[in-house]
Design a protein around this ligand. Structure first.
Ligand code: NAD
Length: 257
């Protein structure tokens, strides 16, 4: 078991990448604290884990609210005694997030608050818990858009993910000597509910597909596999990394026909 005797907290674990990671972490022996704003979805993930013999508990909350995040961490320690793995995965991609000249201030604030401040709060309250456990692994979800500009603008989302990447690097330096590793997972486009609306449109789908050398979108399970590596001791010398899992998008200037 790659995560035996570990306790992991995953935000946004009611869907997509977070849910697949919760299932995989539990299969690899972790006790999983499933966090989500959507109580029903989070409880479903817990039921899925328990029905395959794993251990998990749900705690609700909004990652953009300090009191909620503090409660999530307290819940993890109260339920499983310690916390070793913190996966700050929750995020949104708003349909009205577009060009910098069109995007409403409210959409900007909402996106930055969940995607960037959510990671800040997760680390602010989660890292002290990891220190109490003697160290651990933090995974913050950024995106390939933190590395490349896109003609199909999503200004608030892109800015939020750029912030996650920089914040991750800084935290990884600060806590390295205290046995805490912090890495940023940068997925390429993955077929999850987050992109469902966008990818349902054949034109918008194709416009993105042409940029992926592997010729397809990623799967949530493929991100979970990467997160598992970063969470486990197998990645013991991986710290402060921009861990890109994007089918080759960021390597390509022109993709093969
Ligand atoms: P998803 O929409 O399938 O799942 C996100 C989950 O987060 C949902 O269960 C939702 O209820 C929860 N959530 C949303 N706001 C929250 C909040 N304020 N507090 C707590 N929970 C909240 O999304 P996904 O595709 O699995 O994305 C997971 C992460 O991966 C996000 O940070 C996203 O930006 C990032 N990402 C996704 C893709 C992609 O193509 N799907 C690409 C790059 C990065």
């Amino acid at each position: 078991m790659r995560l035996g005797n570990k306790v992991a907290l995953i935000t946004g674990a009611g869907s997509g990448i977070g849910r697949e990671s919760a299932l995989l972490f539990a299969k690899e022996g972790a006790k999983v604290v499933v966090c989500d704003l959507n109580g029903q979805a989070g409880e479903e993930t817990v039921t899925m884990i328990r029905s395959s013999g794993g251990e998990a508990a749900f705690v609700g909350g909004d990652v953009s609210k300090a009191a909620d995040v503090q409660h999530m961490i307290e819940f993890a320690e109260a339920t499983y005694d310690r916390l070793h793995i913190l996966f700050n995965n929750a995020g949104i991609f708003h349909a009205d997030d577009g060009s910098v000249v069109d995007t409403e201030e409210a959409i900007w604030d909402l996106t930055i608050n969940i995607n960037l401040k959510g990671v800040f709060l997760g680390c602010k309250y989660g890292i002290p818990a990891l220190l109490r456990a003697g160290g651990g692994s933090v995974i913050n979800t950024a995106s390939f858009v933190a590395l490349l500009g896109a003609a199909t603008s999503q200004s608030a989302y892109t800015a939020s993910k750029g912030g996650v990447l920089s914040l991750t690097r800084e935290i990884s330096v600060e806590f390295a000597r205290q046995n805490i590793r912090v890495n940023a997972l940068c997925p390429g486009p993955v077929e999850t509910p987050l992109l469902a609306e966008l990818l349902a449109d054949p034109d918008r789908r194709q416009r993105r597909l042409v940029h992926i050398p592997l010729g397809r979108f990623g799967k949530a399970q493929e991100m979970a596999n990467a997160a598992l590596f970063l969470a486990s001791d197998e990645s013991s010398f991986v710290n402060g990394s921009t861990f890109v899992v994007d089918g080759g998008i960021t390597a390509a200037y022109v993709t093969p026909e």
